[in-house]
Design a protein around this ligand. Structure first.
Ligand SMILES: Cc1cc2nc3c(=O)[nH]c(=O)nc-3n(C[C@H](O)[C@H](O)[C@H](O)COP(=O)(O)O)c2cc1C
Length: 190
């Protein structure tokens, strides 16, 4: 099963990179199978330093900002316990991991990660349709280079009603941010 969350990795100079990723997990959460594109910063960082932190989150504004690389101010973090890495203060749970296997034979590398330490910060909010709609909108935003504009626009329209009916302010802000980002991407060049 795929669990959508946020992965932090460290760059060569120690800069924290935050990226939404959906590893394949089992209920035990002992291993994570990550599949980052080779063009991603996460992939580059993990190739240099094969460890990081996976986070279970319910803060979809943080997820939306990380998707479009607009984490201003930077996400609040503290040092991981067992790996060279950073834990997001706004996560619900975190899983520190080390990579055991790198399979670079496909465009989406398959990385098998062993969880070496896990921690919990707070309860998960729970199911909410607007939060899930923002996750879907974030996936669309991360695919503006590969999906046609019409496909993205049609799917966004289907995601709008649950946001309008069930969002709190952070979900609304996250959805609007993603819609603006997508609109700007497809706007004719001036
Ligand atoms: C919910 C969600 C899940 C995602 N899962 C993956 C994934 O498993 N692998 C991947 O390469 N990109 C995934 N993406 C897209 C990346 O987050 C996106 O390409 C991002 O820009 C990569 O960030 P980075 O270059 O900082 O590593 C996902 C995006 C979202 C919104």
């Amino acid at each position: 099963m795929i669990l959508e969350g946020l992965v932090t990795t460290l760059g060569a100079g120690g800069a924290v990179n935050v990226a939404p990723m959906g590893p394949i997990v089992e209920e035990t959460m002992r291993t994570l199978v990550l599949r980052p594109f080779q063009t991603s910063t996460t992939y580059r960082n993990l190739k240099q330093r094969p460890c990081g932190v996976f986070h279970v989150v319910d803060d979809v504004l943080l997820l939306a900002r990380a998707t479009i690389n607009r984490l201003e101010p930077p996400a609040r973090t503290f040092a991981a316990e067992r790996v060279a890495g950073a834990v997001l203060c706004d996560a619900c749970r975190w899983y520190e991991f080390e990579i055991d296997e790198f399979d670079d034979s496909e465009e989406r590398t398959r990385l098998v990660a062993r969880v070496v330490h896990a921690g919990r910060l707070r309860d998960f909010f729970g199911l909410n349709r607007a939060k899930h709609a923002v996750v879907e909108a974030a996936i669309l935003a991360s695919r503006v280079e590969i999906l046609p504009r019409e496909t993205i626009a049609a799917q966004l329209e289907l995601l709008r009603p649950p946001v309008e009916k069930t969002a709190g302010p952070r979900e609304r802000e996250a959805f609007d941010l993603l819609v603006r980002y997508i609109d700007e991407h497809f706007a004719p060049q001036r």
